[in-house]
Design a binder for this molecule. Structure first.
Ligand code: F6P
Length: 324
């Protein structure tokens, strides 16, 4: 089975990009090791701090962030990083050619229940004249040169794209290497599976309420087919399911907290996942436009997300258009 770096070289990925991806895989292996040690490593539970999003930080959020931050800032190819766990961007002492945005441990409420969590990353080119502040990160998702996620589940998987399809690697714990286990990903255009946090139903827009209501009516309703529902409460895991067998994942606008009408972050959750999904033949929208075409306004911006099987995403978008 092929190792990660030779497959990237075979794809003619630029050396600098390969180097950044190599750094990410080294960090991912270490995070995977710590997660699998679990309580033995004393890393379960929460810290006393909150991140910029006002969420309690888990100890492993901090460990994962620190690992990625340290390794990426040492890389000669990285110019700056942005992380869910950092208030502001962090400049590297090296003037590399890439910017890396990441969510070090997505779905971290799953840590304490030994559930699946993940790391999401997005790699952007450094602008020709970098501002050295947050504005250099504010590029549309279409500008990403690579994106992906690491899923820490029963096995650790790295799913990534450099704009040339989606590859899946599995961490072989015996040799400590990510080995290519799937060369392509093709999300079926149609699906009968959806993922949404149903407990927020009363806070949704009329568009999403009606869309989901029609899914639940199954064969007897306007969709004339039955749908199944899954919710892992970790975007990496829910998106991995649809990358593997199709489906629709959505975290829509809701009216719970007018200051936070969206939950997921654009730059290090929605945009990299949208690149993966589009590269696998699926679609990703905020209900009104492709996620990859959204012009970010700040690094911690939140956004509505609908992604997965192309025809189903389109259906959901039609309900948004109908309701305005
Ligand atoms: O990053 C936020 C996140 O943990 C996602 O990974 C996941 O999809 C979502 O939040 C889970 O939200 P909820 O707590 O509403 O289930």
């Amino acid at each position: 089975m092929k190792r990660l770096l030779p497959t990237l070289r075979a794809d003619n990925a630029p050396e600098g990009l390969i180097s950044v991806l190599n750094t990410l895989q080294i960090a991912a292996k270490e995070i995977s090791f710590r997660l699998h040690q679990g309580a033995l490593a004393g890393v379960l539970g929460s810290t006393l701090d909150e991140n910029i999003q006002g969420e309690t930080q888990k100890k492993l959020d901090v460990v994962a962030n620190q690992l990625l931050k340290t390794l990426l800032l040492e890389s000669p190819r990285v110019h700056a990083i942005a992380s869910e766990e950092e208030d502001s961007i962090v400049l590297s002492p090296n003037s590399g050619e890439y910017l890396v945005a990441f969510d070090p441990l997505d779905g971290s409420s799953n840590i304490d229940i030994n559930g699946t969590v993940g790391t999401i990353f997005s790699i952007l080119p450094k602008p020709e004249t970098p501002s050295n502040d947050e504005s250099m990160f504010l590029q549309k998702g279409r500008h990403q040169v690579a994106a992906g996620y690491v899923l820490y589940g029963p096995s650790t998987m790295l799913v990534m794209t450099t704009g040339n399809g989606v590859r899946t690697y599995t961490l072989d714990q015996t040799v400590g290497e990510f080995l290519l286990t799937k060369d392509t990903a093709a999300i079926p255009a149609d699906t009968q599976e959806f993922a949404i946090n149903m407990s927020n139903q009363r806070h949704w827009s009329n568009a999403v309420r009606e869309y989901v209501e029609h899914l639940l009516l199954g064969e007897e309703g306007p969709r004339q087919k039955n749908f199944n529902m899954r919710w892992n409460a970790a975007m990496v895991s829910d998106v991995h399911r649809l990358v593997t067998r199709g489906g629709l994942f959505t975290y829509p606008w809701d009216a719970r907290n007018p200051e936070k009408p969206f939950k997921l972050r654009l730059m290090y959750e929605a945009a990299p996942m949208a690149m993966i999904v589009e590269q696998a033949g699926g679609a990703a929208s905020n209900g009104y436009m492709p996620i990859l075409d959204i012009e970010p306004e700040h690094i911690h911006q939140r956004v509505a997300v609908i992604m997965g099987s192309a025809n189903e995403v389109q259906k959901c978008v039609e309900y948004h258009e109908k309701h305005g």
